[in-house]
Design a protein around this ligand. Sequence first.
Ligand code: F6R
Length: 608
Amino acid sequence: MCGIVGYIGEREAQNILVAELKRLEYRGYDSAGIVTLSDSATPTLLRTKGKVAALEELVGQHKTSDTVGIGHTRWATHGEPSKRNAHPHHVGEIYLVHNGIIENYQDLKTMLSGHEYEFKSDTDSEVLAALIDYLRRDSPDLLTAVTGALKMVVGAYGIAVLDTTNPEEIIVARQGSPLIIGVGDGETYIASDASALVGYTNQVVYLHDGEIGRCTRSGLELQTIESQKLDVKIEMLDMDMQAIQKQGFDHFLAKEIYEQPTSLAATLAGRVLPDQKYARLGGLNMSDDELRHVKHIIIVGCGTAYFAGVQASYFIEQLTDDVTISVEIASELRYRAFNVPEHSVAMIVSQSGETADTLACLNELKRRGVKCLGVVNAVGSTIARAVDGGVYLHVGAEISVASTKAFTSQVAALTIFGIMLANAKGTNPQFIDEFVQELAILPSEIQKVLDKQGAEIPSIARAYADYNHALYIGRDTLYPIAMEGALKLKEVSYIHAEAYAAGELKHGPIALIDDHFFEVCYIQDNWLYEKSQSNLIEMNTRGAHAIVITDTTKKVPGETVIRISTKLSHLTPLLFNVVSQLLAYHVAVKRGHDVDQPRNLAKSVTVE
Ligand code: F6R
C-alpha cells in the first residue's frame, strides 16, 4: 500500500528511483512522484497522477544528474488521486514521502495554520512535512526536527525526508509501516519493500518500529525516537531477479498461477515426509507436549489469507478430534469483545506480513497471553518478527495484487499444523497418512491441472466474459474454494461475484438466477456428490448457466463441465481452486483489464 524509495550515492538518482518505483508499483498506482537534489541543493520535483510510466515520461523531459532523491507511488487514503495529492510533499525546506496514516493530522493542521502554514493538498502527509519544517527552524539538524515531529504524531508511518539545505542526507523513520535500507558501496538505498532493492544490493537493514535513521553515502546511522544510538544490523537479502520478473508470461498473475507446483514444493520441502507418514513445521517453537494441550485454534487473516484459513480449518477438523477452530476476519476480530478459550493457540496468516488489521489482532492476542504463530511469506516482515514462532511460505515474491500462490501454500502450511496436532495427540493416524501422502503429490497434481485446464480455460473464459454477475457455490470443503473463487473473479474482472454454501441456495440466493448470471459449481466425486448434484439441478431448472468444476467421470448436467483428473481426495479443493484462478485470469484478460494492478486495489493493506 504505497511504495517508498530513496537513493543517495554517486549515480543518477532519477533513473534508480524510477526503476525502484516500477518494482513497487503493485503497492499502489494512482499517482507517483520523485524529488532529487543537486549538489548545490536545487530540487527537481516531478509528480503525476497515474502510473509510474507517466512519471518516467516526465523524468525524460526533466533529466538531472542529481545523486540524491526520494520517491513514492501512491494508493490514496486521504485525498483523491491527483498530482496535488501525490508525494513527495514539499513544505518550506522539507520534502517528504510517507506511507501510513497520521491520525491526529487535523489537530496538527490547525496548530500549523496558526503559524502561517498553508496546505496545498488534502493529505495527512503534507501536514507531517509542515510539522517537520516548523520544528526544523529551531533544531540543529533535520534528524532532531524529524524526531521532535514524530513524538507529536499519532498514527502509522514509514517516511523518508529530504532537507533542501543539506543534500548530504536522507532521514528515514518507521512506525507500523515497513522500511528497508540497502547498504551499497558508497551508496545507500531506501525502500518500503525488499523487491525494490534486488540487483542493487543484497545487504539490507530492516528498520523496526520506533527507529529513526540517517542515510548518507557511507551508510546508515540508527537511533530510537528517544535519541538512543542503535547498532546497525545488516542482513542478507534472499531474493533474486527471477522472482521479480514475469519470465515470459504476459502478467505476474499468470506467472504466479503457473508457478504453484514449484512455489508449493518450496513450502513443503523438508516439512512433508511421506516415508515417515509425517509432516512438521520447524519454526513453531512448540514441543509435542504443548501441541497436545492445544484445545482451540484461532486463525486470523484478511481476504484470501482468511479464506485460506477457512479452507484449512475444514482439514484440521478432519485430522483432530478435540480441537475447535474459529477463523476470524482480522478487521472484525480487532474490535470484537471476543473470548479466548483456554489452551488456545493463534495462527496469524498473512502473505505480506504487513496487513494492518491482522497485525492489530496479533498484538491483541499476544496481550491476552495467546501463543501466536505466523504463516507468512515476506521474510523479515512485521508480523513475521512479532509472532512467537511460525512458518515462512517460501513462495517467492508475490507481485500480482491478486493473491494465488500464497493461498495454496497457506492452506498447505496450516494443514501441516493440523497434522502435527493430530500426531502429538495420537488421533487419526490413517487420516494423517492420507493427508501427508496427498500433500507430497499436490505439486505434481497441480501441474496436471495447469497443463490440461490451462489449455481449455481460455475458450471457456471467452464464453462467459460478458456476463455481469456470477454465483459460486460449493459444499463443505468446497465452500471456502467458492468464496476464494468469487473473490478472485471480482477483483480482477470486476464481475459482481458472490459465493454461497450450496446448501444455502434455497434459503434465498436462488432467487437471483437469471440470464445475467453464470454459476460456478464445485462438485467432488467422493464427497457429498449427490447433494451437490441436486443443488446444480435445482439451479438448472431455473435457467442457470452453470460451469461445473469437478473430478467425476460421471455425466454432470452443466452448461460447461471442466473435468480434472486426479489421484487426490482430501486436497482436491485446492486443484479446483487452481481452475478458478485460471478462469478469473482469462475472463479478466478477455475483458481487457489490467490484471496485475486491478482498479482501486493495491498489494498489502497497511492501513485500516
Ligand atoms: C486477494 C488479496 C487480498 C489479500 C489480503 C491479505 O487476492 O490479495 O485479499 O489476501 O489483503 O493480505 P496479506 O496476506 O498480505 O495479509
